[in-house]
Design a binder for this molecule. Structure first.
Ligand code: ATP
Ligand code: MG
Length: 568
């Protein structure tokens, strides 16, 4: 498979790792069991893709790249009650953005509905499937438990003719939802509950995004999945561990149907990430109940949310590569993900100055109306990134937190009488503090030393701190959104009480931020580092003259110290 071009022009390199799945594929190629590896990524279009899906995408597409095979994108669209075109479009966009390409292999389980139906009739004719009139509730109770065998349905011994007739009438739409199902006739006493006459078809009167109202019955996941793999000549059908107990059923269908190839299923551990919920049901609720602004809310662990947050696709791939693929479930610390994000952004992001919570500074000995242009480097480790001009004048803004009227022992930034360096500019000393009626500082009167231009003093005197600033007259007003984890616990045990686990401080909106003018451009989507603050990106909510920036992540790993305040 060729390298994939993503929306932002980055290609996902074929980076080989080592894990038990790669070992299996290598062995199968070496032994000649297969000539070419064929995998698939099989999302159900009932929600947006999240960072957990990224693990499966990187594994399936990665195998195809590394071993010169192919990977299909197959929509597992067998339940029209929950699936929507919006999700189909979002999934395609997000897989591409992550850096992968399915080429001509975009498939749908619904492409195979006719063939799957024919195989179901074959099973009926072979005496291996029957129409069951029990209610969903009866089927559930009669299925038994892990310690008790199930009970045979009273409809289990219908004649082949009657089964065929009823199944055809199910297809024709003669019966309402839930009236009957088609079940495989396997073994109600099996130790594996999945083999206790699993449901193959349900009656669902609902329009399907692709097949419209053509079908009144829809295959179950189990009946559709393996056979779709077989039709597509998938060699390694890779899924998460919860499907391990479905494997005997997967194999049973492959054995009992005249399928064109014999795929095998392999299971790996799903990704669990601390402070993060990856259940589609919970994510859907967050969106539908309005706890977030949408599937692409920058707090969401969805690929759309991460993209809007400013996380580069390379950072996601790097993280997935680092965590590897194993067979035991575990919880990955979200700070590992943050590490990958910082690695990539540190290399890529241009440096800029921005003041998030401004405090006015007047340089008393700087001539009124004078402006000078200073040079500032775009990247400290990359001379090729060049420099830019920043305006310096009499009136500046600094960060409120960079000033303390009564400094504590360890505070070396600005305070009355102390001298600090303004980044790329001069040394300044605070002479006087002006306060509002509630006693908060609103303006600092300072002086500068003209001999310190560029940031060092000819007499060799030192300052203990360098702070960032912007020129009040030139700065662009902006909104800056700071994100914190959506959930307060490392392992949110989210059930019906979703709200109880939400972090009330997951977003902080700073409406009075000031950016250096270079950040005013309306169309620049590249990541930036606001010096001393973190990595940021422009949000689509930006309006002309009123940019909105999202904090992707802070500069340091503050997570360990205070999870409720840290980002990723
Ligand atoms: P559900 O089946 O509840 O709708 P799902 O998360 O399994 O949710 P699918 O669309 O079926 O959603 O998932 C597509 C593929 O992604 C499956 O092969 C699934 O195993 C894999 N996948 C889903 N979640 C994770 C995860 N957290 N880690 C790794 N792979 C995952
Ligand atoms: Mg699933």
């Amino acid at each position: 498979m060729a390298k994939a071009e993503t929306a932002d022009g980055e290609a996902a390199p074929a980076e080989a790792g080592r894990d038990f799945i790669r070992d299996i594929v290598k062995r199968d190629l070496d032994s000649g069991r297969i000539k070419e590896v064929v995998t698939r990524f099989p999302p159900e279009p009932n929600g947006y893709l999240h960072i957990g899906h990224a693990k499966s995408i990187c594994l399936n597409f990665g195998l195809a790249q590394e071993f010169g095979g192919r990977c299909h994108l197959r929509f597992d669209d067998t339940n029209p009650a929950k699936e929507e075109q919006e999700y189909i479009d979002a999934i395609e966009r997000d897989v591409r953005w992550l850096g992968f390409d399915w080429g001509s292999h975009l498939h749908h389980a619904s492409d195979y509905f006719e063939q799957l139906y024919a195989w179901a009739e074959d099973l009926i004719q072979a005496g291996l499937a029957y129409v069951d009139d029990q209610s969903q509730e009866e089927i559930r109770t009669n299925r038994g438990t892990l310690t008790e065998p199930g009970r045979n349905s009273p409809f289990r011994n219908r004649s082949m003719e009657e089964n065929l007739d009823l199944f055809r009438r199910m297809r024709a739409g003669e019966f309402p939802n839930g009236a009957r199902v088609l079940r495989a006739k396997i073994d109600m006493a099996s130790g594996n509950i999945n083999l206790r006459d699993p449901v193959l078809y349900r009656i669902i009167h609902a329009a399907h995004p692709r097949t419209g109202t053509a079908w009144k019955i829809y295959p179950s996941y189990d009946f559709a999945h393996g056979q779709s793999d077989a039709i597509e000549h998938v060699t390694h059908s890779i899924c998460t561990l919860e499907f391990e107990d479905h494997r005997p059923l997967y194999d049973w269908f492959i054995q009992h149907l005249k399928v064109p190839s014999e795929p095998h299923q392999y299971e790996f551990a799903r990704l669990n990430l601390s402070y993060t919920v990856l259940s589609k049901r919970a994510l859907t609720r967050l969106v539908q109940e309005g706890h977030v602004s949408g599937w692409d809310d920058p707090r969401m662990p969805t690929l759309a949310g991460l993209r809007r947050r400013g996380v580069p696709p390379e950072a996601i791939r790097d993280f997935i590569r680092r965590i590897g693929v194993a067979k035991a479930n575990s919880l990955v610390d979200v700070s590992m993900f943050e590490f990958s994000i910082r690695e990539i952004l540190n290399r890529r992001a241009r440096r800029r100055m921005a003041v998030l919570r401004p405090l006015k500074v007047i340089i008393e000995n700087y001539p009124e109306g004078q402006v000078e242009e200073l040079d500032a480097a775009n990247h400290p480790d990359d001379a090729l990134a060049g420099t830019r001009k920043i305006a310096f004048g009499r009136e500046l803004c600094i960060e409120r937190d960079d000033f303390m009227e009564n400094p504590s022992k360890k505070f070396f930034r600005l305070s009355p009488g102390t001298e600090v360096r303004l980044r790329y500019a001069y040394f300044i000393t605070c002479r006087e503090v002006k306060k509002n009626t509630t006693g908060e500082p609103v303006e600092l009167r300072c002086t500068y030393d003209p001999a310190t231009k560029g940031g060092s003093a000819p007499d060799g005197r030192k300052v203990k701190a360098t702070i960032h600033w912007v020129s009040a007259a030139h700065a662009v007003p902006a909104e800056v959104r700071i994100y914190n984890p959506l959930f307060t616990e490392p392992e949110p045990s989210v059930g019906d009480d979703l709200e109880a686990h939400l972090n009330p401080n997951s977003i902080e909106v700073l409406r009075d931020a000031r950016l250096e003018p270079a950040l005013g451009a309306d169309d620049d989507l590249a990541p930036v580092q606001f010096e001393r603050q973190g990595y940021f990106c422009r949000d689509p909510d930006s309006a002309p003259g009123r940019p909105v920036f999202n904090r992707t992540i802070g500069l340091r790993d503050t997570f360990a110290k205070d999870a409720s305040k840290a980002g990723p």
